[in-house]
Design a protein around this ligand. Structure first.
Ligand code: ADP
Ligand code: MG
Length: 598
């Protein structure tokens, strides 16, 4: 907070201290920084790479150029939209919104390399679009763009534009920061490497992607609007692919994932390009685009040295002088969230009917049926490769059965996807833990509570969600304490021992207020004391009416705890019964010991 205040004061004073040349440079840093901030959210945090953001800058710039100069004929009913930059800003944002939603729904689903390629494709198309239209001035561009008026005062000079530009940048930086620190922000941060988990916790990940794409595009568009009124002239060249690449570099070089890193990146790239451009021809005694070559080499060097970009380097170098202040680490307290009514004890909560799942020729689940009742712990056991985890995936909607039915509280849910199933009250942990290692234990658990919140992206950006947010965090904290991880509440999840990470997953599942819980090998990696505590917790949940399905290898743990056992081998159910019956069943002994005995 103090750092922010100093930053704002410096920004306010800069125009009085700096010569005009530097002020112009600062204006450009602000314009680029606004785009880089969007890319920070999209690429740095969300992991979606876009080379096409410059095209959205172009949409903002060209919309205002066309409307505020009045060169575009609009229907008489819309004539009031002309000649006002502020109305042109709204029109540009609206147009950007529409284009972003159309392009986003076509490209954001693409995976791997296809997404960046898709963004290059529309980046290039839009660039040529700007240059093709006679009315938009073709390659020559359009001039005579009026100045923006604020309270009747036209912003004619670089100094006057400076304050407007940096007001936009500051608002974008603060709202981005707020958004990341919220329920919606956790969903966004889960996009990178946690999509399966997030969907299983009820997060609409496709929507989260669209949200960050739209935000990034709107910020780029606003930057284009400011640019057009700063230059009072537009042509297509600053909206091409080359600029799209530069913007991406700014976000990555500065420090992917850090708001202030994006601004640092915009600063460093803008300034160093300028200097290299002036300096190198003097040094070399020749003209040419040497700066691009040197620049490229410096970039490679930086990315080699620090994966977290410049912000990472700066943070490391200054850590000695600015030790991280101990954050307020109070356990959040708030009114408890409403809870779901548990189904009556004995009700069949979850049922698999003749579920078969084939992977090519392999039948991982073969005609398998089972029922889990409210207030019961059912164990699913069997040798490695028997198909237990596959069954979990069919039941939780992570995967869809080749044939057969899954019923959750009487509703047929197969093929409905894990998000819908999570909303119906099923929650799970994963055999191979799926958490977000750089986030705190508390925040990881709070992802489980996502589906119990309503707050929108807008309210998160403006901190109108704080009441709900503290209730969600209090719920998460409650579950962290409940599973015994209270000493690690604020530690990075990735720093926990594997057994504790599994326990974290149970807390996360509980935070969603489920009525049926699927736990895949929860006791693996736990010490004896921890196992006992886990057993007690599960028994307590059962007493509350929870239906629990458990995959576990530790027979001592299973046999002392569960009500019934289903044994699988080669994808099939071979035995079902009470723990002590199953233990002595010849078919079970054969399945477990067969390979060893023969
Ligand atoms: P378990 O959890 O009982 O150890 P799994 O359900 O993980 O067993 O695996 C059952 C069988 O299905 C194994 O032979 C495994 O290799 C296969 N299998 C699991 N998932 C897939 C998949 N996505 N594609 C192909 N084969 C799979
Ligand atoms: Mg398994």
């Amino acid at each position: 907070m103090k750092a922010l205040a100093v930053f704002v004061v410096l920004l306010l004073l800069a125009p009085f201290a700096l010569p005009a040349f530097y002020l112009t440079l600062l204006n450009y840093i602000g314009l680029y920084g606004l785009v880089a901030l969007g890319l920070l959210l999209l690429t740095g945090v969300g992991g979606l790479t876009s080379f096409g953001q410059a095209a959205f800058v172009g949409i903002g710039a060209y919309t205002t150029a066309a409307l505020s100069t009045g060169v575009i004929e609009v229907p008489a009913a819309l004539s009031w939209t002309q000649h006002s930059p502020w109305i042109a800003l709204l029109a540009g944002l609206l147009l950007t919104l529409v284009v972003a939603i159309v392009l986003g729904s076509m490209t954001l689903r693409l995976s791997g390399h296809y997404l960046p390629l898709g963004t290059i494709a529309w980046g290039i198309s839009l660039y040529y679009f700007f240059g093709t239209f006679e009315q938009l001035g073709g390659q020559t561009g359009m001039s005579g763009i009026p100045a923006i008026e604020v309270f009747g005062h036209p912003l004619l000079t670089a100094r006057e534009m400076y304050y407007l530009i940096w007001a936009f940048v500051l608002i974008a930086a603060l709202t981005t920061q707020n958004l990341l620190d919220s329920r919606q922000g956790r969903a966004i941060r889960a996009l990178r490497g946690g999509v399966v988990m997030a969907e299983a916790m009820g997060v609409d990940t496709a929507r989260s992607r669209m949200v960050i794409f739209v935000i990034a595009s709107l910020q780029a568009s606003a930057s284009g609007w400011l640019y057009a009124h700063l230059q009072r002239f537009v042509n297509p060249s600053p909206f091409g692919l080359q600029y799209g690449i530069d913007y991406l570099f700014m976000a990555v070089v500065g420090g992917a994932g850090q708001v202030w890193g994006a601004l640092l990146g915009a600063t460093v790239i803008t300034v160093s390009k300028q200097w290299l451009q002036d300096l190198l021809p003097q040094l070399l005694g020749r003209t040419g685009n040497f700066e691009m070559i040197v620049f490229g080499c410096l970039l490679i060097l930086l990315l080699q040295r620090s994966r977290n970009g410049l912000w990472g380097l700066v943070a490391r170098a200054t850590a000695r002088w600015f030790p991280k202040p101990a954050k307020a680490r109070a356990v959040p307290q708030a009114q408890a969230l409403p809870r779901r009514a548990m189904p009556p004890r004995g009700e069949v909560v979850l049922e698999a009917r003749n579920v078969t799942r084939r992977f090519g020729g392999l039948v991982a689940n073969n005609d398998l049926s089972l029922k889990v009742h409210a207030g019961e712990i059912l164990a699913l056991i069997g040798p490695n490769g028997a198909g237990k985890s596959t069954m979990f995936n069919q039941l939780s909607g992570v995967d869809t059965p080749t044939s057969g039915q899954v019923l959750l509280r009487g509703q047929s849910v197969e093929g409905r996807g894990s998000r819908a199933i999570a909303h119906l009250g099923l929650s799970r942990s994963f055999q191979h833990v799926r958490l977000l290692p750089a986030m705190s234990v508390l925040e990881n658990v709070a992802i489980g509570a996502h589906l119990r919140g309503r707050s929108s992206v807008f309210s998160a950006a403006w901190r109108l969600d704080r009441a709900e947010e503290s209730r969600l965090l209090a719920e998460a904290a409650h579950q962290v304490v409940r599973v015994g991880l209270q000493d690690h509440m604020f530690a990075e999840a990735g720093s926990l021992a594997l057994g504790q990470q599994r326990t974290l997953e149970i807390a996360r599942a509980l935070a969603s207020d489920p009525c049926v819980l699927l736990l895949d090998e929860p006791a693996a990696g736990l010490r004896l004391r921890e196992k006992q505590a886990l057993g007690e917790l599960l028994a307590k949940l059962r007493a509350e009416g929870m239906a629990i399905l458990l995959v576990e290898h530790d027979m001592d743990f299973v046999m002392g705890l569960v009500d019934r056992v289903v044994v699988m081998d080669f994808g099939q159910k071979i035995v079902e019964g009470l723990p002590h019956e199953v233990q002595q069943n010849p078919a079970v002994l054969e399945a477990y010991l067969g390979g060893v005995a023969s």
